[in-house]
Write a protein that binds this ligand. Sequence first.
Ligand code: PMP
Length: 354
Amino acid sequence: MSSFLNPQYKELEVYTPGEQPQDMKYIKLNTNESPYPPSNGVLEAINSNQAELLRLYSDPECKALRKAIAQLYKVETDNIYLSNGSDDILNFAFMAYTGKNRPAVFPEISYGFYKVFAELYGTPYEAIPLRQDFSIDYKDYMGLNKFIVIANPNAPTGLCLSVKEVEEIVSSNPKSVVVIDEAYVDFGGESCYPLINKYNNLLVVQTFSKSRSMAGARLGFAIASKEIIEDLNRIKFSTNPYNVNRLTLVAGEMAIKDNDYYMENCQKIIDTREFTTKQLEALGFYVIPSKSNFVFAKSNKISGEELYNRLKAQGVLVRHFNTEKIKDFNRITIGTMDDMKTFISTVKKILEEI
Ligand code: PMP
């Protein structure tokens, strides 16, 4: 840290992303990427003609892709906002709606970035504990009239609130924005975006990083009332008007055209998740029933940390969080069926060794 840094940032506890090893090849089940490649349409669309056009700035309004997403989700183009990954929308939402006198609320065990954003903006926050079974009690979030952000399905648990429960939260907090982070919704959850037609305080955030195999392209989108989209644009046009690059816009449009391909992949991932869950249970694991592209599981024979380390030594990367309440667990991204068979046999081998 330099002595030049604004003191307000000196104490920040930054977000630690999952490992992205650049040295050896792992079976990578640690950052919830898709094991399937982008569609052929996407691969063909980002060609040398598009690369040549990189000399020109991208469309700051991202009109074509916003229109394509709006058509798929049956909302207006003005209800859509695009970003450089959905983290960017979460960041902008905290910037726009929270601050010293504008507290934030989120589940205690959830996506780790919420706390980081709150601290970045000097926002007081309340992290509400989950129930004993790791589920969220929607009643804890009713009538707070504070900025609320909830991942649904939640991460790293994979558990969901129903749309009805989300509606109770949104309708009982009319004076504040409620963000529903649906990064994992395509793996069996139910999106609450249709509620934007009824509630102007709901901000739904989704991403192309998981179900649409584009984590490296950095593309997220928001679905919300026109007023909220205007707020996000105010921040975008005050920071980085060309926040989505040309190649990503082209890839995104093609991914929307090839929606069926991605939804078939989601179904494969769901089937592989159910297989993985059963196999882990047969090995004595407790597995939280997941609606995401990962499972959160704990063994009755080996600690979370030791399993993580031993798997890594055998070339399988999973995610371990060294936080008291969840340190017995590992979060395991669902890969291809072959990946998961290797994962299961590696776990079996480890359990036999100890
Ligand atoms: N929300 C949740 C719950 C996540 O797990 C992630 C992935 N780390 C994100 C948002 C951000 O994803 P991205 O910026 O790649 O869209």
